[in-house]
Ligand binder design. Structure first.
Ligand SMILES: Nc1ncnc2c1ncn2[C@@H]1O[C@H](COP(=O)(O)OP(=O)(O)OP(=O)(O)O)[C@@H](O)[C@H]1O
Ligand SMILES: [Mg+2]
Length: 412
């Protein structure tokens, strides 16, 4: 039986982030060879490539979405690793051919409801932990996105006892947002926990729904747009009158630029998804009763469809400033009993390590997942408390993973 696996892959230099799953070497080699063969035959380079392979005696169709255009020529270089995100979907042909509405519900892969009266402690802690200079502004904007649905009408009802015509027209406010920025800067983390703060701010429950990659890669061109419409219909039906944050992570895979699309297989399907999502975003605007806010996250903003970007307010996420390096260290090492001078010393070490790798910067996740957590693990395995020495060693071994030249392109 044929199965479709969707992989979103990244190529990184010199190391593999801990939270990523890595392809088995054999499959990576095969993918690399297939990719390079296809790349040779295609001009311009393909944006999406489908590779057919036999894995564990099963024929697989693997889709590859390079994250940045300049990743492409680097593939094949032996010091590069394939870093792979595996999404949950391995639907077979039968289930793909089924109805649309019920099937559409299957594409929601995470559902969390944040109650203002009983906030999720973990998500609240994460929200408090995340560093972003415009955190409050982001929170206010998203909350206003929800409030905008009814606030003007409530205000008019109160002051005029009726709704003036202009407020019956399609809403001009666009409740759609993009979190854009290099890897490891907190886009997914912020999206996953901001609902807790919105719920508290508006004193109403917020439901967070994450749309799975399975929405694309159905392989059924005629069905794709119907599945997108079904998904939105379903959300509106199931959550009538409620506040829903509909999250598309790795948005460059959902709403890639239609201008930049090549003619590789899958492009018709991509086109159908982008068109359908735009249509649905416009429908949301014309329906005051429906309280959905759409949120995209991407580390390839230039690759997103211009019409989608135009409908969204973009918030940029970036690598930590030297001062924020210290804030991360302080926050991450709270509770371990380090003195201020020790933290200051580690801060100096961290900055020196970053400067020793020209043109590369630490992301927040490089510090948390590349320094702090490995140091904790090392202390744990040696069965002793975390020390400055262990942290210093991990800092020396840590690798900044964000190329500096990609940073300015996100920060206008
Ligand atoms: N701004 C931040 N403040 C504090 N911690 C952060 C921040 N950004 C990232 N982290 C840490 O790194 C982890 C991974 O970040 P996250 O997955 O949100 O990055 P991302 O921007 O979505 O990256 P990608 O583009 O690769 O998907 C977070 O769970 C958190 O521990
Ligand atoms: Mg992410």
């Amino acid at each position: 039986m044929k199965r479709t696996y969707n992989w979103l892959f990244k190529v990184v230099r010199g190391g593999v982030p801990r939270d990523r799953r890595v392809l088995e070497p054999e499959l990576a080699r095969e993918l690399q060879a297939s990719y390079n063969n296809a790349a040779k035959m295609n001009s311009p380079m393909p944006r999406t490539l489908q590779v057919r392979l036999v894995v564990n005696n099963e024929e697989c169709l693997i889709e590859i979405y390079p994250k940045k255009p300049d990743d492409l020529p680097a593939i094949g270089n032996s010091d590069l690793y394939f870093c792979v995100k595996h999404f949950e979907d391995d639907m077979d042909d039968e289930s793909r051919a089924g109805g649309t509405e019920e099937k559409a519900a299957e594409h929601i892969v995470q559902e969390l409801t944040f109650e203002p009266s009983a906030p999720s402690a973990t998500k609240k802690d994460l929200f408090d932990f995340l560093i972003h200079p415009a955190k409050e502004k982001i929170l206010n904007a998203l909350a206003e996105g929800f409030a905008g649905y009814s606030a003007r009408r409530t205000w008019a009802q109160k002051h005029y006892c009726s709704i003036p015509k202009i407020l019956e027209l399609p809403q001009p406010a666009i409740p759609a947002f993009i979190f854009a920025g290099p890897p490891g800067t907190g886009k997914t983390a912020m999206a996953s926990c901001i609902g807790v703060a919105i719920a508290a701010k508006l004193s109403r429950p917020v439901t967070f729904l994450r749309v799975g990659m399975s929405l694309r890669g159905t392989g059924l061109q005629g069905k794709t747009s119907e599945i997108v419409h079904g998904l939105f219909r379903n959300v509106k039906k199931l959550f009538t009158g409620k506040m829903v944050l509909l999250f598309f992570d790795e948005a460059d895979a959902f709403v890639p630029s239609r201008q930049q699309m090549d003619h590789s297989s899958g492009s018709h399907e991509n086109l159908a998804i982008v068109n359908a999502i735009i249509k649905e975003m416009d429908d949301i605007r014309s329906q005051p009763g429906c309280q959905i806010v759409v949120l995209f996250a991407t580390n390839a903003l230039p690759r997103l469809d211009a019409a989608v970007v135009r409908r969204c307010k973009v918030f940029h996420f970036t690598t930590p400033t030297p001062k924020e390096h210290k804030t991360v260290l302080e926050a991450a090492l709270a509770g371990f009993g380090f003195q201020d001078e020790e933290i200051a010393g580690l801060h100096g070490d961290l900055l020196a390590r970053e400067q020793s790798v020209p043109n590369w910067a630490f992301s927040f996740s490089d510090i948390i997942e590349g320094v702090i957590l490995p140091a904790i693990d090392e202390a744990r395995l040696e069965n002793r408390p975390l020390s400055s020495q262990i942290l210093q060693k991990c800092i020396r071994e840590a690798k900044p993973m964000v190329r500096r030249d990609v940073i300015p392109s996100y920060i206008k």
